[in-house]
Write a protein that binds this ligand. Sequence first.
Ligand SMILES: NC(=O)C1=CN([C@@H]2O[C@H](COP(=O)(O)OP(=O)(O)OC[C@H]3O[C@@H](n4cnc5c(N)ncnc54)[C@H](O)[C@@H]3O)[C@@H](O)[C@H]2O)C=CC1
Ligand SMILES: CC(=O)C(=O)O
Ligand SMILES: [Mg+2]
Length: 605
Amino acid sequence: MWNLARAALKVRNARRFSMAMPGPCIVHKRGTDILHDPWFNKDTAFPLTERDRLGLRGLLPPRILSFEHQYDRFMESYHSLEHNTRSEPANVVALAKWRILNRLHDRNETLYYRVLIDNIKDFAPIIYTPTVGLVCQNYGGLFRRPRGMYFSAKDKGEMTSMIYNWPSPKVDMIVLTDGSRILGLGDLGVQGIGIPIGKLDMYVAAAGINPQRILPVMLDVGTNNQRLLDDRLYLGLRQPRLEGEEYLSIVDEFMEAAFARWPKAVVQFEDFQMKWAFETLHRYRRKFCMFNDDVQGTAGVALAGLLGTVRAQGRPLKDFVHQKIVVVGAGSAGIGVLHMAKQAILRMRRDHKNMAINNQFWLLDKDGLVTKERRNLDSSAAPFARGSGPGEIEGLSEGASLVEVVKKVKPDVLLGLSGVGGIFNKQVLEAMRDSDSPRPAIFAMSNPTMNAECTADDAFKYAGDKIVFASGSPFADVDLGNGKVGHVNQANNMYLFPGIGLGALLSGARLITDGMLQAAAECLASYITDEDIRKGIIFPSISRIRHITTEVGAAVVRAAVAEELAEGHCDVGPRELMDMSKEETIDYVARNMWYPIYSPLVHEK
Ligand SMILES: NC(=O)C1=CN([C@@H]2O[C@H](COP(=O)(O)OP(=O)(O)OC[C@H]3O[C@@H](n4cnc5c(N)ncnc54)[C@H](O)[C@@H]3O)[C@@H](O)[C@H]2O)C=CC1
Ligand SMILES: CC(=O)C(=O)O
Ligand SMILES: [Mg+2]
């Protein structure tokens, strides 16, 4: 099986090689400096000519290995690690896998990204959710060498010059966090840097962003996590988080500094606690090319899943306006989803003016059902708070419990973005059996795995075989007996953020608009065939992530062009973008994706 897969891979790679032979790469270093630079290092694959030219003779064992040989060697060591740790606890194995990949990342980026791209289904759960959560939690102990940049509250006034400490002259993608809400794990302070690193690895793997042009950034404004403040291994500022204007002045300074050096970069905000997620989005989205992945990326993915659910019910898409949706979690992600779903409904209603207007969303937070009766009702939740009177379900009052809401509403979709593991318990899932939908959908979107609102097994066991199931972190498909399989979808913003970032970059747009985000979501929603949808498959396999991202990226470019925002990228001007057909735009995006191949190295002093 493995050999067959390798043979297929070689054919594919041979085709790629013939399509795009790499041009030479200028290197200003020699000898061990090259071996210690993961961007240039080829380890044992340096050909004799380069060993001579670059002062490497004698610094490497004499045998020269091919890239394929190195690749196989790495995969063999990875598989033997898997074999040797099979009786160890899951967390130990996950961290061991992360370490072996991280060591390769530190040593040889070309080989690292190639194994990542080719094995994305197996490696995404290590470099991304769920293992990245464990890595962040243990960052103090795992730290060996820095990756990315750290701007702390102590750097106020220095950021414009500090940004020039970054060695790459060009940066295309920046992922920024303040570590205040890392997955569902809460405030992890400086340890949250693992998230921008993981997201940017996905950018390289999925969107083909050149790894020389990515920048993971941690804004360390302190932490309110007492356990970290007391931890002697903690590497961040030992102070409570800055608040109010003090906090915003740090983010402002970073944004000004980053765009002063790289005016064409795209900045992705990631894992900010809700108040700052919304505030910064509002503050910067009309000024800089930025988006918030948790609010906007997640919303697009969820909308694609909700539309897929309508199709899975065998109904036309316009029936989305009648779906009853219960959202559990009124945070940055849950509220983002509701806004995007509402926009989609408003658009559909405009097309079908005679459709009845009813409020089809029920929102719950830690205090239960959110209604207009709520004391200190949060302004972001207010548009979705239930009222009283016509259209309301009798007996559902302020603070009603999840099980009460599910029993009374009988929703088509139960969507969790609460960060609370297991709150879709047996009672709640059993209540979903009585949903009014022929294919009730259960989306347990919180990360990492232990924070998922339910497991895939429990969902199918208690809610029945007919359900459509999706989770934020991966679960294995469920064996339903009699040869039937309960398909597990991964509803994760990884299906969209790489395409949003890449599309924004290649369009040269200075802003990321709702229209561009909507185009990304619609592109993902239409990716799946009716045949897959009938099987309960509403998101494509992650092994297709490069293809998906190409299509999403092209949809974003075209939306930017349609809004007259596209200023072009490198030598492709706005006029050329405007003249491109859909297929030509897809081709343009694909041609601009970096692919890991050893380039011939030429030394220059
Ligand atoms: N699958 C995906 O692509 C994504 C998943 N997420 C996940 O969503 C979760 C939440 O993220 P944010 O909205 O940014 O967090 P947040 O902290 O802003 O919001 C959490 C919300 O959950 C509510 N909540 C807490 N306990 C609850 C309970 N017992 N019952 C009902 N509601 C409860 C809180 O009141 C709050 O409204 C995290 O676990 C995160 O990993 C976030 C973004 C993308
Ligand atoms: C996937 C993601 O962005 C999150 O869980 O925060
Ligand atoms: Mg996130």
